[in-house]
Design a protein around this ligand. Structure first.
Ligand code: HEC
Length: 96
């Protein structure tokens, strides 16, 4: 019963579903809202597609740890595990 109830919550609130349930590409698509279609940039917000994986992962880790200041990225980075950040960076780096 408890399980059915939590399933219902996940289905009713897709945004509240654990991010882990999303594929790396589905997560990356949420970046397009600000970083432009296919993460190619939407001035003044930087493009992400095709950047080196290590650079992307380091920026996300720095935002997450508040080593790099930002207006919004600190909060966004904190919503992903280190493993997800690695997968996000890998997915973006592979995009042309
Ligand atoms: C609500 C808008 C918004 C969304 C959504 C968003 N970003 Fe950002 N991103 C920004 C802004 C604005 C900056 C500049 C830093 C700041 O002000 O936080 C930025 C900067 C960055 C940078 C640093 C770029 C550089 O070269 O210096 C990276 C990496 C980045 N974002 C990755 C992501 C990833 C990955 C996602 C999706 C998981 C994402 N962003 C989603 C707005 C957004």
């Amino acid at each position: 019963m408890k399980r059915v109830a939590s399933m219902a919550i996940v289905m009713a609130l897709p945004w509240a579903a654990p991010a882990l349930a999303q594929s790396p590409l589905a997560i990356v698509q949420t970046c397009y809202v600000c970083h432009g279609p296919d993460a190619r940039g939407a001035a003044p917000i930087a493009p992400l597609a095709g950047l080196p994986k290590d650079h992307l992962a380091r920026q996300m880790a720095d935002f997450k740890a508040d080593r790099r200041p930002g207006t919004i990225m600190n909060r966004i980075a904190k919503s992903y595990t280190d493993e997800q950040i690695g997968l996000i960076a890998e997915t973006l780096a592979a995009m042309k």
